[in-house]
Design a protein around this ligand. Structure first.
Ligand SMILES: O=C(O)CCC(=O)C(=O)O
Length: 234
């Protein structure tokens, strides 16, 4: 079904997911049980500040890491069919994006801004990436991390436009580099009982949000390139 029809025919949300929520809480030291009872499936968005402490990905992932993985190893070829979001760029694929010149990749002043996202739908690449990060510790013991990860990367001023997803489960997303603001808006049927909110994500923080229920957009803030990785969980 086309996306606009899916949205038009989706069942109305129960606004308890957002009534009385005015800000997005920052939490740490969260047990999987607490997370499961209060946040995992309730639709209440949160930021967890201590979930990436041992992740090498914060140091290792950058444009050049991905370029090498996808264009200079035999694994990259296998991932050609994974989904790619060019956003406002002219790139037709991740491979085209990774061929941009060094100045643009380094976000040098005067070069064209860029922001892209892609799914890491191939096992061989997922296995390499997962050497550098792990399933967030607070996910319920019974929850499966989706096998497909999503990576979003790009420079200040850009991001994803306002939309709501039509995926199966809620998601987590870890901010590995740079700062990105998430804007969340309640579904239209909850506009009178809920408010829009926004939160700035800093390196090392993980946002948990049900992107099927919350309308959302993102904006990379000034400073470093923004790199995030995330996945759905059930
Ligand atoms: O991280 C982003 O910039 C966009 C994420 C998003 O739109 C999504 O997960 O649906």
């Amino acid at each position: 079904m086309p996306n606009y029809l899916t949205k038009a025919t989706r069942p109305p949300e129960r606004c308890s997911m957002c009534t009385n929520i005015k800000t997005i809480q920052r939490l740490s030291n969260l047990t999987p049980e607490e997370f499961e009872d209060h946040y995992a499936y309730s639709g209440v968005p949160i930021v967890v500040t201590d979930a990436t402490l041992s992740w090498e990905a914060l140091k290792v992932f950058n444009f050049w890491f991905f370029k090498k993985l996808y264009t200079e190893t035999e694994l990259g070829e296998a991932a050609r069919d994974c989904q790619f979001f060019p956003y406002k760029t002219e790139f037709g694929s991740l491979y085209e994006a990774l061929e941009m010149n060094n100045e643009r990749a380094n976000l040098t002043n005067g070069t064209k801004p860029w922001y892209i996202g892609w799914s890491n739908c191939h096992d061989s690449i997922a296995r390499v990436l997962r050497l550098y990060y792990s399933k967030p510790y607070f996910l319920p013991h019974s929850a499966e991390n989706n096998a497909i990860d999503w990576i979003f990367m790009g420079g200040p001023g850009d991001g994803a436009q306002m939309h709501v997803d039509n995926v199966v489960h809620p998601s987590w997303q870890a901010q590995l580099k740079g700062r990105k603001r998430w804007y969340l808006a309640p579904p239209p049927e909850c506009l009178y009982s809920c408010t829009s909110m926004n939160v700035v994500m800093h390196p090392g923080e993980v946002i948990v949000v049900d992107t099927n229920r919350w309308y959302h957009k993102t904006e990379v803030l000034s400073g470093d390139i923004s790199i995030t990785i995330g996945a759905e969980y059930d």
